[in-house]
Design a protein around this ligand. Structure first.
Ligand code: ATP
Length: 344
């Protein structure tokens, strides 16, 4: 187990800068998430940590040791990939024990370690099977088992659940968290899925265009986003960001700023201290027990969530009640947060 220090790491491919001066300190035993849109540099950073790619500038420390120039093997890091990368001709047992056999460990010690990992991952029943005879979720467990069997200091995971269906993803999210808690291993986990990030991470770093936009707990990232990019990257559906003079007027905002409102904080019943905003009803999607209501406010699109029982109250024109404390104000030019809530 170890902390990981990413110290001013940069990466360019030719003239393209993919990572720009990344500084992060991942604590020993932390479940740390790298979250961002496609192409923001998450995988590049993970591969640099693994030692598969070399950074253009900066240093990487594992514990207090500078590993910038060490090979992947010397770093004692393991990585789990999206596509599992199992050896198809080997059994589950063969796949898991492979890294140990390469390290010339005794047969007895190998057996002990495979049994312990199989118990941790609940894969003891299919040790003699080949990967093709397993489901996607079982294969992913085997891939995690193979990564953990060497007792690495750090476990890197690159979108490990994206090939699984929605139900299995939910189960595996929980399982991976359990495994991390039981082993106490430091995990760095790449995803573009904000639900994975919010539910699994102790802390999250949000990347965009090769820079860290914000690093913090899921609570901070959600409730105290530093700018409109971070604000719209968490929560489903994402926060509405409005630039219409009408909404500023209704909320009593004097400055020329962007107004952020999360869809779940809007109500069609009066709330005390809530600003009233008129909206044109455009359409409604039924989401089980909830309604996703599409409207326009001023001339901008605005969505909010309502209870299914509110369906009968949806006329062409809607009165929306917006609690003042739930409004976010962002600078127009930079998107940076000016304040949370309308109170000064
Ligand atoms: P995704 O979620 O789609 O995997 P990502 O955030 O992991 O995206 P990276 O794979 O790290 O992003 O890629 C970041 C940027 O670097 C992309 O614009 C990509 O085109 C570029 N890139 C990656 N590898 C190379 C390479 N070998 N040569 C040139 N550009 C590259």
């Amino acid at each position: 187990m170890a902390k990981v220090t990413i110290d001013s790491i940069g990466k360019t491919f030719g003239t393209t800068t993919v990572l720009n001066n990344i500084n992060l300190e991942i604590k020993d035993g932390e479940f740390f998430i790298l979250l961002g849109p496609s192409g923001c540099g998450k995988t590049t950073l993970l591969r640099i940590i693994a030692g598969l790619w070399e950074q253009t500038s900066g240093r990487l420390l594992i514990g207090d040791r500078d590993v910038s120039l060490l090979s992947p093997r010397e770093r004692n890091i393991a990585m789990v990939f999206q596509d599992y990368a199992l050896y198809p001709h080997m059994t589950v047992e063969g796949n898991i024990s492979f890294p140990l056999r390469m390290s010339k460990m005794t047969a007895e010690e190998i057996k002990k370690r495979v049994a312990s990992v199989a118990e941790l991952l609940k894969i003891g029943a299919f040790l003699k099977k080949k990967p093709r005879d397993l489901s996607g979720g079982q294969r992913q467990r085997v891939a995690i088992g193979r990564a953990l069997v060497r007792s690495p200091n750090v476990l890197l995971m690159d979108e490990p659940l994206s090939n699984l269906d929605a139900k299995l993803r939910t189960t595996m999210r929980f399982e991976i968290k359990r495994i991390q808690r039981e082993t106490g291993i430091t995990v760095i986990y790449v995803t573009h899925d904000q639900v994975e990030a919010m539910t699994m991470g102790d802390r999250i770093a949000i990347l965009n265009d090769g820079v860290v936009k914000q690093c913090g707990t899921p609570f901070d990232i959600f409730h105290k986003p530093v700018d409109s990019f971070v604000a719209t990257f968490t929560g489903s559906p994402p926060m509405n960001i409005l630039d219409t003079p009408y909404i500023r007027k209704q909320l009593g905002i004097k400055e020329d700023v962007l107004v952020g409102i999360r869809p779940r904080t809007v109500s069609i019943s009066p709330v005390s201290g809530g600003a009233v905003v008129e909206a044109k009803h455009v359409g409604t999607d039924l989401l089980g027990n909830e309604l996703l209501v599409h409207t326009t406010v001023g001339d901008e699109d605005f969505v909010f969530l309502a209870h299914i029982n509110d369906r009968s109250a949806m006329g062409d024109k809607l009165k929306l009640y917006i609690p003042q404390e739930n409004v976010y104000i962002f600078e127009k030019a930079t998107g940076k947060v000016v304040r949370y809530g309308l109170a000064e």
